[in-house]
Design a protein around this ligand. Structure first.
Ligand code: SF4
Ligand code: SF4
Length: 414
């Protein structure tokens, strides 16, 4: 791996000053955190400046508990502001913003210094993928990042647990590792968590996992106690997080706001100054088995809203309000378990289609949703649905799948 050239001499005065103050102090604190492992064991997070940092499992990277998702990244001034306020991990993929996400991160790395911002980026296993195609994709990412290495190299949306130890995947990872192209291995997972996450932890080959984790699985009880009833059985996702923790595999949460989406008018769920998004974020950050919430901050308002929760615990009133929100908005919510898709005799990609529909409806990501849908073959869409109802029979949540995939087709195929 080449040595990293300092860029501090080319930084504008104020930014260089901020960088030195912020990262000088932070690097020193990390050194002491690493030297005091006993202290680290007792404390799952460390505060520096306004931000809290948590250890990303065995990677030993201390990353900001609010980290940035890159699909898409905000405009550069907002992005710089987020970094200046302590965000130090950015999640990307080779295809986010048609590669522009990685180009923007490349600018950030130059502006703030390669060692001060961590980047995780991903490759897909799509179509006729091979060891060579993975290596080419990773090299393409590094070119756009204008960097010699990435901190974490991830499989994007691993859905088949067998892929994790497939010789093409392992072969590519091993070659790239020898060339110093990445530091740690990981994967993101959108569905089939119970098999993929379990295998990722148990096979011992992966250092971190990024998975969907949000309030959709909580339910109220008569006593206002919090219970979990996800598709894995009660608290199944939580058990997976605990398993990962026990093997020192870092876990980042994504799709925090998936349930509600940023586009809905949810003013009525505000408690005092706390918006429902802030409550959702606080709820996720309560989980000590998670390292960071990877979220998008596209506007100045969102930046303030999201960074405003740092260090703020979820109050009991806010928790009860989350129960109310979940109860009132859970109809036809897909938990992405993958059961319907696995059992469809016509091989309709129901789970994928419902995810694209969520991009469209909840996040307002019209282009992303339509592009993803257009990549499906006609035979994988509602066009080959025989109306047998098997998907709805196996769905643990009673989602009106046939109706929803018809709606998706109407919205996403035009
Ligand atoms: S109703 Fe359609 S989508 Fe559902 S299982 Fe049958 S063929 Fe597949
Ligand atoms: S629609 Fe139901 S069965 Fe299909 S992925 Fe979603 S929750 Fe699972």
């Amino acid at each position: 791996m080449k040595s990293i050239k300092s860029t501090s001499d080319s930084l504008p005065g104020r930014r260089r000053f901020l960088r030195n103050v912020l990262f000088g102090a932070f690097s020193a604190s990390l050194a002491s955190a690493r030297n005091l492992l006993g202290e680290v064991k007792q404390s799952y997070r460390q505060k520096k400046g306004h931000m809290y940092y948590r250890r990303l499992g065995r990677t030993n990277l201390w990353i900001s508990e609010i980290s940035l998702g890159g699909s898409p990244l905000p405009a550069m001034p907002i992005l710089y502001q987020a970094i200046e306020r302590g965000v130090n991990y950015i999640d990307s993929s080779h295809n986010y913003e048609n590669g522009n996400c990685e180009r923007k991160i490349g600018q950030v790395l130059k502006e703030f210094g390669r060692d001060n911002v961590y980047v995780g980026t991903k490759f897909h296993l799509r179509g006729n993928w091979s060891e060579e195609s993975i290596i080419n994709t990773v090299n393409g990412s590094l070119k756009r990042l204008d960097a010699d290495y990435m901190d974490v190299c991830l499989i994007h949306g691993a859905a088949d647990e067998k892929h994790l130890t497939d010789e093409r995947v392992v072969g590519a990872f091993e070659k790239l590792k020898k060339q110093g192209k990445y530091r740690f291995r990981g994967l993101s997972c959108h569905s089939n968590h119970h098999k993929v996450v379990k295998e990722a932890v148990e096979c011992g080959y992966y250092d971190m996992i990024q998975l969907a984790f949000n309030v959709s699985d909580i339910q109220d009880t008569k006593e206002d106690g919090e219970v979990y009833d996800d598709y894995l059985g009660q608290s199944g996702l939580r058990r997976l997080l605990a398993l990962a923790k026990s093997k020192d595999v870092g876990v980042n949460a994504m799709k925090i706001f998936k349930f509600g989406g940023k586009k809905q008018n949810l003013e009525k769920y505000k408690i005092g100054e706390t918006t429902i998004y802030q409550a959702m974020l606080k709820w996720v950050l309560e989980n000590k088995n998670l390292t960071a919430a990877v979220i998008e901050m596209l506007t100045w308002e969102q930046l303030e809203e999201d960074l405003g929760v740092i260090g703020e615990p979820l109050s009991e009133m806010e928790r009860r309000n989350l129960f109310r929100y979940v109860a009132e908005n859970s109809d036809d919510y897909c938990h992405m378990c993958g059961e319907c898709q696995a059992n469809c005799p016509s091989r309709v990609k129901t789970t994928d289609i419902l995810r694209y529909l969520a991009y469209y409806e909840n996040y307002g990501k019209t282009g992303v949703a339509k592009n993803a849908y257009s990549r499906l073959k006609k035979a994988q869409t509602v066009s080959s649905c025989q109306d047998c109802g098997e998907c709805e029979r196996v769905c643990p949540y009673g989602v009106s799948i046939r109706k929803r995939i018809r709606e998706a087709h109407k919205l996403l195929s035009c």
